[in-house]
Design a binder for this molecule. Sequence first.
Ligand code: AMP
Length: 357
Amino acid sequence: MPGRTIGIVGGGQLGRMLAMAAARLGFHTIILEPEDKCPAAQVAGSQITAAYDDPDALDTLAVLSDIITYEFENVPVDAARVLADKKPVFPPPRALEVSQDRLLEKQFLRDCGIKTADFVAVDSQQEIDDALAQMGGKAVLKTRRLGYDGKGQKVFDQPGQDTDHSFSELGSVPLILESLVPFVAEISVIAVRSPDGEVMSYDPAQNHHKGGILRRSVVPADVPQSSIDAAKKAADTILKRLDYVGVVGVEFFVNSDGEVLANELAPRVHNSGHWTEAACVVSQFEQHIRAICGLPLADCARHSDCEMYNIIGDEVSQLPALLKQADTVVHLYGKAEVRPGRKMGHYTRLKPKHLPA
Ligand code: AMP
């Protein structure tokens, strides 16, 4: 109940927005993050400045928190399990384990009966060359672990393209080769599950990336209703299979015939769900806090259509112009240093909701 303390592992913008949502419901928050004065700690009650796997820090976090969550998927699974031995941790550490390894993740999705791109584990240059030939020369090579925003990936989209050194270029680490999906749209579903098993989801956003970074999310997505239904159903299955509590983000490709293929899941609030803070009564951040605290979930319906844009690097200088736009909700993350490619904030432009005829 309000008055209690929520521990959050990770101090980035997602942790910041979770802490703000928690505060609105009367909870205290404490952040575990090695970077001092991180975006989340600026709006939280306190920060433990230490590595995510520091045993003393984990112990302190567990003592000071009533319940613990996390804001990024690369929290060490062992650290999450150590915490889970002492206090409730949501989402369950198993969700971290599945999402941290692209091979395990794709196998899990298949086990759930959810379609994905074809994939195979590759652990040497020879295995890459053989698997690529089998996939007709078109594929995406990815590190199994620790890839984000298109980092740790190589696309082969021209038959006969040179693969030389791609194993060593990606760090000579375990890799996965996926068939190149000829998608017409990328969508994501933000879904939530409560401790008593209730599942809800926001309508999918259609996502546009540039250089591997999400630039824009548009709601509603311009895809057939059958694709929307299939994506929501897949998210529902994932949540149930993981006995999940909290918010998840699941990304999908949509093919020209409307078929939906799952790409990846993030066991946390998600960048492509930031629009919910402007276009819904209750945002993904508050839904997550409600879910992990066992409070009633809110309706995921939106009152407006919208487009969410990430503010990257020096685009943050557009702030005065953005603030003059009456239909636009701006959110900055409190990052002191502007760096190329760094997510500094986002804004959501609202539009009247289009009602089907
Ligand atoms: P990921 O890190 O898996 O989210 O991939 C980043 C982006 O690369 C995706 O949003 C897609 O635009 C593209 N991508 C990843 N995997 C594939 C694939 N198997 N086929 C086609 N495009 C892909």
